[in-house]
Write a protein that binds this ligand. Structure first.
Ligand code: NAI
Length: 335
């Protein structure tokens, strides 16, 4: 019997790239039953809350969700669905690999980073208020529990994936208490992993290092806001948002999604690059221990993008989302 997973197609380019990823999963032999839900603005239009309870129930029941991007209103309206999902399901570790694809974008060859971002607190705790008119305050929450938990995740990930070094990234020279605690927890956890090298960098220096010598780094561990920004920077080193995959992992459930957003500027035009969500699907298959199916999609992506040079517009090609997806499926079926 095929496994049931939750699907949130999202909005903007979400439905286009989700449909592409689901077709490719099926072609690769990964047959799932999908429980599909609308969230965000689309749910609100149907008089539902932006994140209906039955969506959370479905993810808790199935344990795994594939998610397209969801638009977050700026400055007003409902809270980010992405942040809510991560907090409600305690998806405390955000995993974002950034690896150069030879032949795709050769400005930064040999980059092979895995970025682990704390996903539940920091400045994204959503605790903001007006102190007096004209003065706003956002609270940055850093707890020993969440910092220790994500540091352990990073070192365990390093161990089980053959990684050698974890670098904590912080601003503890200025935010001595909050970032200081994050760093202390990292150092304490590191002591339990003598086989993995541990060091740290200040965030501003880290950004410069990543642009000048990204090959020198292996795994980075960051709190929420820094992780959000630096993982987009890393995506830019290796081909951009169209190819950057991500996973949100908790004790009970996991949500796999691309790093990019709903791209309203190109939504509905049929030109979105579905590679990022396809690569997130590969992470999902590996999480489910479906290695053969994952390898099939990875091989097809490499062949189509690098060897056949069939690419969407963001990578300098002219293939539509559908043409690109068909090429991937053809490769899988003929392999
Ligand atoms: P974005 O990632 O949607 O777009 C940035 C630029 O990259 C745009 O020019 C877009 O066309 C391009 N781009 C992104 N993905 C692409 C793809 N697959 N193929 C080709 N080009 C692609 O970032 P933006 O514009 O800052 O955010 C738009 C909305 O998405 C916002 O409401 C934001 O809150 C939301 N968002 C949602 C995320 C999620 O659901 N996980 C993550 C990031 C943003």
């Amino acid at each position: 019997m095929s496994k049931t997973l939750t699907l949130l197609p999202g909005d903007g380019i979400g439905p286009e790239v989700s449909s592409a990823a689901v077709q490719v999963l099926k072609a690769a032999g990964a047959e799932f039953e999908w429980e599909s839900f609308v969230v965000g603005a689309e749910a609100v239009e149907k008089n539902l809350p932006p994140l209906p309870d039955r969506v959370l129930e479905s993810i808790r029941r199935n344990g795994v969700c594939l998610k397209g991007p969801v638009t977050t209103p700026v400055g007003k309206g409902f809270r980010s669905i992405n942040v809510l999902l991560r907090q409600e399901l305690e998806l405390y570790a955000n995993v974002r690999p950034a690896k150069s694809i030879p032949g795709l974008d050769d400005r930064f060859p040999g980059v092979d980073l895995v970025i682990i971002r704390e996903n539940t607190e920091g400045l994204y705790s959503g605790i903001e208020h007006q102190v007096v008119p004209g003065v706003m305050e956002s609270l940055k929450i850093i707890s020993a529990k969440a910092s220790t938990r994500v540091a352990k995740f990073a070192f365990e990930y390093a161990r089980s994936n053959g990684r050698r070094r974890v670098t904590a990234v912080h601003k503890a020279n200025i935010m001595k208490l909050s970032d200081g605690l994050f760093l202390d927890c990292f150092r304490e956890v590191a002591e339990g992993y003598p086989d993995i090298e541990a060091d740290d960098r200040i965030i501003d220096n880290m950004c410069m290092q990543l642009v000048m010598h990204p090959q020198r780094y292996d795994m980075l561990l960051l709190e929420n806001l820094y992780g959000d920004i630096v993982s987009d920077l890393a995506a830019g080193l290796v081909g951009g948002l169209g190819v950057a995959a991500g996973a949100n992992i908790g004790e009970e459930s996991a949500v796999f999604e691309a790093v990019h957003g709903s791209a309203p500027d190109i939504a509905g035009q049929g030109v979105a690059n579905p590679t990022a969500l396809m690569r997130s699907s590969i992470l999902m298959l590996r999480h489910l221990d479906m290695r053969d199916e994952a390898d099939r999609i990875a091989r097809a992506l490499r062949n189509v993008v690098v060897d056949q040079q069939i690419r969407t517009r963001d990578l300098g090609g002219d293939a539509s989302t559908v043409q690109f997806t068909e090429a991937i499926i053809r490769h899988i079926e003929s392999a």
